[in-house]
Design a protein around this ligand. Sequence first.
Ligand SMILES: *[C@@H]1O[C@H](CO)[C@@H](O)[C@H](O)[C@H]1NC(C)=O
Ligand SMILES: *[C@@H]1O[C@H](CO)[C@@H](O)[C@H](O)[C@H]1NC(C)=O
Ligand SMILES: *[C@@H]1O[C@H](CO)[C@@H](O)[C@H](O)[C@H]1NC(C)=O
Ligand SMILES: *[C@@H]1O[C@H](CO)[C@@H](O)[C@H](O)[C@H]1NC(C)=O
Ligand SMILES: CC(=O)N[C@H]1CO[C@H](CO)[C@@H](O)[C@@H]1O
Length: 445
Amino acid sequence: MACKSTVAAFFFFFFLISLIEPGLSYEIQSVESDCTNRWIHIRRLPSSFNLDLLTNCSEYSLYDNFCPYLLNHGLGPKTHNRSHSWYRTDPFLLELVFHRRMLEYPCLTQDPTLANAIYLPYYAALDALKYLYGPEINSSSQHGLELYKYLRSDAAEIWDRYEGHDHFLVMARPAWDFSQPLNIDPPLWGTSFLELPEYYNVTALVLEARAWSWQEQAVPYPTSFHPSNLHLLESWLKRVRNSRRRSLMLFAGGGGISATPNIRRSIRNECQDNTTDDDASVNLNNQQICYIVDCSNGICEHDPIRYMKPMLQATFCLQPPGDTPTRRSTFDAIIAGCIPVFFEEQSAKSQYGWHLPPEMYDEFSVFIPKEDVVFKGLKILDVLQSIPKAKVRKMREKVIELMPRLMYRRHGSSLVLKTTKDAFDVAIDATLERISSRLKDVSIQ
Ligand SMILES: *[C@@H]1O[C@H](CO)[C@@H](O)[C@H](O)[C@H]1NC(C)=O
Ligand SMILES: *[C@@H]1O[C@H](CO)[C@@H](O)[C@H](O)[C@H]1NC(C)=O
Ligand SMILES: *[C@@H]1O[C@H](CO)[C@@H](O)[C@H](O)[C@H]1NC(C)=O
Ligand SMILES: *[C@@H]1O[C@H](CO)[C@@H](O)[C@H](O)[C@H]1NC(C)=O
Ligand SMILES: CC(=O)N[C@H]1CO[C@H](CO)[C@@H](O)[C@@H]1O
């Protein structure tokens, strides 16, 4: 126990040190960029709303000890010592990653009255742990009230200027975890942050949005790939493009072992019929039909090596819904140039509109309604095999073209790489646009 908190304190220390890294402001000034309508002010918050939360990284026994993944500003430790771009990234630490990237955003202003948007560096998902898994489990409607109190008491004019409409924050979990109705007691699951009228005006960037909400927007799950210069990105893209695709379809995940019919079970059944041992494979044009990466019990979570190589060698990657409709695996697969196969619109099309334009899905993905597979006996294999080879090649090209805007590059990247917009840049552009139109809508300019 003592050892764990020492480790936590150690990461915490480095986090602090690097926040005041002197090279930063020099770099910011050297970026040529038009900041008109793009100014962002980072709201100063007491450390109890962000850095202090990291010190409790080993406190929640029902949840993983996430201390090791705080390294590298939330990118996690490198997969191995000589790796340049690959990390054991925990997607729920996107708040740290985002905060670090905000610090090198070229259009920061100290003056909130000049800002087009106000960023709240609040680690909402980390603060939620005490309600989700910790001692505050019966007070989950309180999540966010302390922050609100602070925003309305300290420099209240910052909030008051636009009644919070210009504020945004990152909440690195599915919105489902923050949407517990206020009047249900004791709570079934989740905190009520997004149900609080106090935050109705604030834009929340989440990993998965609700279908009917207007205050949150989904952004890509972070994967394990975080290149820091253009060369590293381009050499990966080249590897993806040249990779031999030995299996037709791949599923990396768990579930599907219960008797009740569902899409994961259908996938498992279809694959078991068609999966063969590596050496004695029944092949179709030298292709393995189906490849399952068994990720039961979370064994893949911080171990990208388990699934990235198989994904690199697969043509299609199946993305069935699990506990919730979206999955990090969708983005891992795209990074590997594996064409995603979706079974419901909530898995991506109705979620990631900022990063993956909804009208483009036919060009880079396959859609097979899950009901047709589970209840009508449609075979995924038949659908995928009927797609002409030329079309498959075009789809993969599109996946590779879209890939850079779905990855989060490493903080402190080379200036050249910065000209390629990544998931963070796309999210900031769209947040600024959304806030600007929101301010027009409520006509309080
Ligand atoms: C860390 O956990 C301890 C014990 O559960 C708690 O008393 C403390 O308030 C927590 N700190 C933060 C910053 O959440
Ligand atoms: C990686 O480097 C660290 C520190 O230099 C060392 O302690 C560790 O053993 C190395 N790990 C491997 C797998 O080489
Ligand atoms: C939360 O409430 C439930 C039911 O009222 C109770 O059994 C449980 O002990 C409470 N948990 C805590 C941590 O107070
Ligand atoms: C949210 O904005 C509306 C006006 O659009 C305003 O009436 C309301 O007070 C604001 N909420 C908060 C908590 O500031
Ligand atoms: C190539 C191959 O083994 N195909 C089989 C896949 O599984 C289905 C049944 O689900 C068989 O009909 C195919 O022959």
